[in-house]
Design a protein around this ligand. Structure first.
Ligand code: NI
Length: 175
């Protein structure tokens, strides 16, 4: 399979990143193929998360891989947010930039898995951050929109989707 292109903010297709994505509904075989392509694209880019609009598909689903566990969530809904955490994030759609982004420390998410079964994810720390970053993508929101202290926006050598927590001098890992 050919590698799926990741849409960046300077791409001709960038408008998809600012659109509110449509619900998926039934998890069809086509959706299953899209999920497989997204997981592959995320891994090729060394990302920890990827939302469908980032591959040009305006549908509400994302994939994430944190601590060697792959999560696929279709039609996600955050039902609970708790606590606060500040950490560095990057985004595969905004290559070369990172910034400190305030997020909830814990989220509870409902949705469907790749088989269309209802799931609930109770996540803290990095996974909670990735989930919030990816759900933002489904609403046309990019991480730079969430930055409170603009002085933390800085150039990064490597681009990843959401940075692993590393308070002192972070090395980017985005999605
Ligand atoms: Ni992103």
């Amino acid at each position: 399979m050919g590698a799926v292109e990741i849409v960046t903010v300077d791409s001709p297709k960038a408008a998809v990143l600012r659109r509110r994505a449509k619900p998926v509904g039934k998890v069809t075989a086509d959706v299953g193929r899209l999920i497989e392509e997204m997981i592959e694209a995320m891994r090729l880019a060394n990302g920890v998360g990827l939302a469908a609009p980032q591959v040009g598909v305006s549908k509400r689903l994302f994939v994430a891989e944190v601590e060697a566990r792959v999560h696929v969530v279709v039609d996600p809904q955050i039902v609970k947010m708790e606590g606060e955490a500040l950490a560095t994030e990057g985004c595969l759609s905004i290559p070369g930039w990172v910034a400190d982004v305030p997020r909830s420390q814990r989220v509870v998410l409902k949705g469907k898995n790749r088989r269309g079964r209802g799931i609930t994810l109770d996540a803290e720390g990095l996974l909670a951050r990735v989930i919030q970053h990816e759900v933002d993508h489904l609403n046309g929101v990019l991480f730079l929109d969430r930055v409170v202290d603009r002085s933390t926006i800085r150039e990064a050598a490597a681009t990843t989707e959401v940075e692993p927590a590393e308070p002192a001098e972070p090395a980017p890992a985005g999605g």
